[in-house]
Write a protein that binds this ligand. Structure first.
Ligand code: URA
Length: 212
């Protein structure tokens, strides 16, 4: 499994404003979108392409275009939805699926409550959007779900990650034949006893959408 931790001053700046408890929801939402676009640039570095011939106003030339079948972007509801716009901006022709996962706050175990995905993901590179990689439970359940549908490669984009979560995902998929990648804005210090990332940013869903 490949883990890429962003190391860029612009990402560090945006993350610092995002973490600040005084940052309001509209600013938080905008920053999440901007961060995803920056992280997506790294996450799509090895996306499959094919060569095409085109004519510019000056001459014929060869270029690259994204290969078929198109990648699939899967935000994990609810908080992953806040990342969709930033991802779509970079890859507007990707297909979009949805996966609703909820974690039990006592056991911290994740279960699926809704999904809208193609039945067959063979040949597809799936980009999973989940802002907080905490215990890893949600991503592990989501990855198994996508692998069962035949995904050919999976890349998760996370705004923040905890070392415990990254290790859990690594352990679960160490023998996977399907390439699994994680691209994250930062690797934080630890999880607290409630499964929150420290220093983190609090509850990403609440900060995006308010408490419901
Ligand atoms: N989910 C969140 O929204 N925040 C955390 O810190 C951990 C999981």
């Amino acid at each position: 499994m490949k883990v890429h931790v962003a190391n860029h001053p612009l990402i560090a700046h945006k993350l610092t404003v995002l973490r600040d408890e005084r940052t309001d929801s509209p600013t938080f939402r905008r920053l999440v979108e901007e961060l995803v676009t920056l992280l997506a640039y790294e996450a799509t570095r090895e996306i499959r392409t094919h060569s095409v011939e085109i004519t510019t106003p000056v001459s014929k030339t060869k270029g690259l275009k994204m290969a078929e079948p198109r990648p699939v972007v899967v935000p994990i509801l609810r908080a992953g939805l806040g990342m969709l716009e930033g991802m779509s901006r970079l890859m507007p022709n990707a297909e979009v699926g949805f996966l609703g996962m909820v974690r039990d706050e006592k056991t911290l175990k994740a279960s699926t409550y809704a999904n809208r995905l193609p039945e067959d993901l063979s040949g597809r590179h799936v980009f999973v959007l989940d802002p907080m990689l905490a215990t890893g439970g949600t991503l592990i359940a989501a990855f198994h779900y996508l692998l069962d549908l035949g995904a050919t490669e999976i890349t998760a984009i996370c705004i923040l990650s905890a070392p415990e979560g990254v290790s859990a995902v690594e352990k679960e998929f160490s023998g996977s034949k399907v390439p699994i990648n994680i691209v994250t804005g930062a690797l934080d210090e630890k999880l607290n006893e409630h499964g929150y990332i420290v220093p983190g940013l609090g509850d990403a869903g609440d900060r995006l959408y308010g408490v419901v």
